[in-house]
Design a protein. Sequence first.
Length: 236
Amino acid sequence: MQLYHENINNTTYPTQLETSLHSYAKTTTLSNKNKKPISKAIRKHMDFYESVSILYDQKFINVDHSSKQRNYLQYMNEDTFGTLHTFQVQWKNRKTWVYVNMYPELYDMQAIEYIEIGIIFSFYVLILYGFMKKRVQIIEKLTQDISYLENGDWTHAIGVEGQDELGRLAQQIDEMRLYAYENQQAERRAIQANHDLITSMSHDIRTPLATLKGDLEILSLKKGKKKGKRFIYNGV
């Protein structure tokens, strides 16, 4: 497997940075006061793996592309990689040397970092998918159990268990089911008791009414012997 930095020609400095710096230096005075704007102007044309230093009064004006690059460099041995490029730049007030360090190996580290992020993200997606799949299955089971209640089968228990939100919701629905089922049973028992009471009362009332009806029918036929002011029926 060929690494990315092996395809880079380290002997050729990015012309765009050098050309831009020459053009910028013609209108800029090199001084400590101008360190920030100079650094800002240089950083616009720096690649990911470059750092620039300008020797000024025995001191360096250092421009790093980013803190991320410095974080990479602390884990690598600078003696084993990197290429130094130097060139002169004429500023308004002086000429100075510019030192450019190129670290193409950092591209490989960046690629490895992206691969690691991709692997971690893939694991996260798989874990999330498994979690969501399980939740969907629980919801489908809960929906199926509720459909029994919709069809009038209040004896079917809600089978979803657990201590999470869906588990507690299923438990509450099952408690409501039991409460409604017990109310239905109590109502049926009350209706049956009323029916039995009415049947018993009807039987108790029907017997004397039948006797009374028979007496009335006999009276309507005027059969029997008159004794005093009343009739005697069948010797009574």
